[in-house]
Design a protein around this ligand. Structure first.
Ligand code: HEM
Length: 218
């Protein structure tokens, strides 16, 4: 089933909730950061993954700036993927799943086409423990990313995400876990659902971003 039909179905049965408000502004008590938040459906029964972004107020257009990403993921998700370039090939991808002791595994990847993405340091992630947790229904990660807001394309041109407006992001979901669950370089099964949205970065700007992130990662 295509995601568009999933959205229609959920709206029709009236299960869409406030969490699905596009680009909701969320102040996160665990980290002290303000995020813009988007909920992406992957099941017709209303299950979805929440993706959040926080950036520095000082971020300038056409520069590389740090990004903090947070995702809230239902426990039935095998792996959750986020594409910073809004498509699959040749852009930084962030894969996340749960390890065998309920810990979160993050894996930066790059795909050369519509083939399995390989481990890549085109972007580098640092897990933020204060924003990483799990409970009976969901798990959540928060990570600092360097290299997610700007990167060099294979033709040598730069791609930049705007700190002053919306950027097209994409996600992918698989119900099945990676094959070697404790290994960040594990091969992974293909996704069942993918989708796109415009993520507002303008309202994700944080005045004290640098000092908060320094505290969270020290
Ligand atoms: C084993 C791993 C993977 C395989 C074999 C794979 C394969 C594919 C294939 C064959 C398509 C085209 C489907 C179609 O046109 O209907 C596709 C599309 C897509 N994939 Fe993957 N994929 C993998 C992992 C990922 C990951 C980790 C992401 C991360 C977000 C991702 C994001 C997307 C997106 C957004 C699309 C839609 C087309 C686009 O916008 O580029 N994929 N994938």
């Amino acid at each position: 089933m295509k995601l568009s039909s999933l959205v229609g179905l959920v709206a029709a049965v009236g299960t869409a909730t406030a969490q699905s408000t596009p680009n909701a502004v969320v102040r996160d008590a665990d980290t002290g950061l303000t995020f813009t938040s988007n909920f992406q459906l992957y099941k017709a029964d209303g299950r979805g993954i929440t993706f959040r972004v926080a950036i520095p107020e000082s971020a300038e257009s056409y520069t590389s700036y740090d990004v903090v990403v947070q995702a809230i993921v239902p426990n039935d998700v095998g792996w959750a993927g986020l594409s910073w370039g809004g498509s699959m090939p040749r852009v930084p991808l962030l894969l996340a799943w749960r390890g065998s002791s309920n810990n979160v595994i993050l894996s930066g990847r790059l795909a050369n086409g519509y083939i399995a993405p390989q481990p890549s340091n085109i972007a580098q992630y640092t897990l933020i423990p204060a924003g990483t947790k799990s409970n009976a229904t969901h798990w959540q990660y928060t990570a600092l990313c360097r290299g997610c807001s700007a990167w060099v394309q294979t033709n040598g041109a730069y791609r930049y995400l705007s700190p002053r407006g919306g950027n097209r992001l994409a996600f992918a979901y698989s119900p099945n876990r990676p094959f070697d669950v404790n290994n960040p370089s594990s091969s992974i099964p293909i996704h069942e659902v993918h989708g796109y949205w415009s993520h507002d970065f303008a309202a994700a700007r944080n005045r004290d971003f640098e000092s908060i992130v320094a505290r969270l990662t020290s």
